[in-house]
Design a binder for this molecule. Structure first.
Ligand SMILES: [Zn+2]
Length: 362
């Protein structure tokens, strides 16, 4: 990979492309991650190119905060799915992507990864990029900086743990809500924040057709962009085969993000994640029929959510009903309470909120 990257740079400088933002590097037209069976198949969407992202020192990728304006060319899209994985939805999404030989980025919630470690591996094995989306989808705006850091680190350690290798340094803020402090924290951790350009608004409807139309209508206007979808909504999975076919037929090209490096996990969080995973596997062994799934109920007032699954706001600022995730299995929530250590950050929490104990199942 590094060799290819070097060759590209040499090639780029030869043809006067040195002005290309160094944050991004196209590494292989056609996409090195493409499965052989898909190579050269123009009847399917495929991956037109792979963009390697160097998140060293942090980065804002896509959306209005984008550090690199020319990341995507007209006609190019990036597919992204937040909030999962959730077997009943993620699996059909993986199938739809595979059927079109294309790749996406999944921003996983730590709790969801713990709920179904094997499913995380399925996503990874299919060649998709995996980033994180906090431990429990907290709105960063309404929690302390210390708590936000815990949310970020717990997800990174857990997803890395179940994935079997460090996760990519790509992060998406729940509800696209960031704070200056958490943005600075991500930079200090060499993690890139991935924003969005095209909002499927799949949290506002249950209609597959509407989700597809939302995406295609915005794309027709914007010409390109990072598309936000959620792999917790059945209607999102239901519309995906048709959406991908439409993207292909309309001439759009899919770009896959791949990380240049991997995020360095924090040892104390790794230990806590290991403990939680061990407890989870032991519980499953004791009761093989139990399937742990976290259910995000649909919000009754989805219009209030600007950019994410509108079901989990605890904040009254959105007029939402508090919707604590429900663990729907035979395992008591008390069966595996694991305390997460305080953040490695030495900074004192900005609020009086107790930074710990942090529990995986809270
Ligand atoms: Zn989300």
């Amino acid at each position: 990979m590094r060799q290819v990257f070097v060759y590209f740079l040499a090639f780029a400088s030869l043809f006067g492309l040195a002005t290309y933002n160094p944050l991004w590097a196209e590494i292989e037209a056609g996409g090195s991650v493409k499965a052989d069976a898909c190579a050269g198949d123009t009847t399917r969407l495929g991956v037109s190119r792979v963009v390697e992202i160097d998140a060293t020192g942090g980065a804002n990728i896509g959306g209005e905060k984008a550090d690199a304006k020319h990341l995507l060319n007209d006609g190019e899209v990036v597919l992204s799915f937040d909030d999962g994985p959730m077997k009943s939805v993620t699996r059909p999404i993986l199938k739809a992507l595979a059927d079109q030989c294309t790749k996406a980025t999944f921003f996983m919630v730590g709790q969801m990864a713990l709920a179904d470690p094997d499913l995380v591996k399925e996503v990874v094995d299919a060649g998709h990029t995996v980033g994180t989306h906090t431990w429990s989808h907290k709105n960063i705006h309404v929690i302390s900086t210390a708590k936000a850091e815990q949310e970020i680190e717990a997800a990174i350690s857990m997803v890395s743990k179940v994935k079997g290798s460090p996760v990519s340094p790509l992060f998406r803020f729940p509800y696209l809500n960031s704070t200056k402090q958490t943005e600075a924290y991500l930079k200090s951790r060499n993690i890139g924040a991935v924003w969005i350009d095209i909002d499927s608004k799949d949290y506002r409807t249950r209609s597959p057709k509407v989700v597809e139309q939302n995406i295609l209508a915005q794309l027709a206007k914007e010409k390109k962009g990072i598309i936000l979808m959620h792999d917790i909504h059945p209607w999102t999975a239901a519309q995906l085969p048709d959406l991908l076919k439409e993207l292909h037929d309309r001439g759009y090209k899919v770009v896959q993000f791949v990380p240049k490096g991997q995020v360095e996990t924090v040892a104390s969080y790794d230990a806590a994640a290991e403990k939680a995973l061990t407890a989870k596997l032991a519980a499953k062994k004791a009761n093989p029929m139990a399937t742990r799934a976290i259910v995000w109920p649909m919000s009754p007032t989805p219009e209030a959510d600007p950019a994410s699954a509108g079901s989990r706001h605890k904040s009254s600022r959105y007029g939402k009903i508090a919707t604590k995730p429900t663990i729907t299995d035979g395992i008591s929530e008390d069966s595996a309470p694991v305390k997460i250590p305080a953040s490695k950050s030495k900074k004192a929490p900005k609020s009086k909120e107790e930074p710990s104990p942090w529990q995986f199942f809270n």
